[in-house]
Ligand binder design. Structure first.
Ligand SMILES: C[S@@+](CC[C@H](N)C(=O)[O-])C[C@H]1O[C@@H](n2cnc3c(N)ncnc32)[C@H](O)[C@@H]1O
Length: 337
């Protein structure tokens, strides 16, 4: 990693280069793994996510944006003026724009005669293109901006760039792509007293007694097994030369044990149907019929389960917004000292 290397625009710091990411793709595929962040990187990643996010069959992040719009004043009521906004996995930054506009209004209402309480905004993503898009999205807003290209896993390093206190956001259901205890420990260890944590999640529907597994399966598989989502997950292999006929995308839903009991989690893989070769830069990887490439996962929680994880990982919930059918939530929390 190149510490603090600034490339291109002065307002963007790159802690991971495209070359390093392509190398990670090669190393992962050699081990028959394709971690989810590699779906968003490369020249195609940002474009593919924006297309999936707009598609009729994949409303996850869009519904969370609607929930944010509807509840923005109740969320911002709990956020003191003068906080910096840090958002990791920012994507196109549309939810952050909604937050910033409301935070600016609040600052102006509380300090009508001064503009000294400026807000700093740090959009962070592993995709350099997304950092550019998120910065551009707020170009008209009176905020100080510093984009960072980097991995959430490097939070101890990323936090050196922030002005405290921060409102730390993980939005667009990204929280559910991580092991809950891992991500909550990472956030807990790297937030300071006075910082806040905002996350959102697409939830399991509330179901009638005895219908749990059936309705969980229907809800998760309905969303993630669409053709559009399958293509999004298959794209890296297609991009590097494989034919869609030569492999398929498989999505399963299972239950995993945890400190709060069993929770649902998807499991994704790409199954190779025919011997093939893919070329990444100068390197070639041979894949054989029957090979399985393991991919990332998405946890499907109920609202109560997320609250229970926050509690055991020592977070206090300040505010939680749910939509009518409890299928989406935005939760504001702070670490318990
Ligand atoms: C599901 S999308 C959500 C995007 C956006 N927050 C939204 O609400 O639409 C996940 C985002 O996280 C980014 N991402 C994935 N893995 C990451 C990682 N390890 N570190 C930082 N960003 C990551 C992706 O590039 C992508 O922009």
């Amino acid at each position: 990693m190149k510490l603090g290397q600034t490339q291109g625009k002065a307002e963007k710091i790159k802690t991971a280069s495209e070359e390093e990411i392509e190398n990670k793709l090669f190393e992962s595929l050699k081990k028959h793994e394709l971690p989810d962040y590699l779906l968003y990187t490369g020249t195609y990643g940002a474009k593919n996510w924006l297309k999936l996010n707009e598609s009729e069959t994949f409303p996850v992040a869009r519904q969370l944006k609607v929930l944010m719009e509807k509840n923005i004043s109740s969320i911002v009521r709990f956020i003191p003026t003068g906080m910096s906004l840090v958002s990791v996995g920012v994507g196109s930054g549309e939810k952050e724009k909604i937050l910033l506009e409301e935070l600016i209004k609040k600052n102006q209402a509380e300090n009508p005669s001064s503009d000294s309480v400026s807000i700093r905004y740090y959009p962070i993503d592993i995709s350099s293109q997304f950092v550019d898009i998120a910065l551009e999205k707020v170009s008209g807003l009176p905020v100080e901006k510093q984009g960072i290209v980097g991995f959430i896993e490097e939070m101890p390093f990323l936090k050196r760039y922030w002005r405290l206190p921060v409102l730390f956001c993980i939005l667009g259901n990204t929280f559910c792509n991580y092991d809950p205890e891992f991500i909550l420990k990472l956030v807990y260890d790297n937030l300071e007293q006075g910082d806040l944590f905002l996350l959102d999640a697409n939830l399991l529907p509330t179901c009638r007694p005895g219908e749990g597994a059936k309705s969980a399966r229907k809800s998760a598989l309905g969303t993630y097994a669409s053709r559009e989502n399958a293509l999004f997950n298959m794209y890296p292999l297609i991009h590097y030369g494989m034919d869609t006929e030569d492999f398929d995308f498989e999505l399963l839903l299972g239950q995993v044990d945890s400190r709060i009991g069993e929770v649902y989690r998807t499991r994704k893989s790409l199954n190779i149907l025919k011997d093939a070769e893919i070329n990444i830069g100068q390197e070639t990887i041979g894949l054989k019929e029957g090979d399985i490439i393991r991919m990332g996962f998405t946890y499907k929680y109920t609202h109560e389960q997320i609250i229970a994880f926050l509690d055991i990982c020592r977070f206090d919930v300040l505010n939680s917004c749910l939509n009518e059918d409890r299928s989406n939530a935005i939760i504001l929390a702070k670490k318990r000292i």
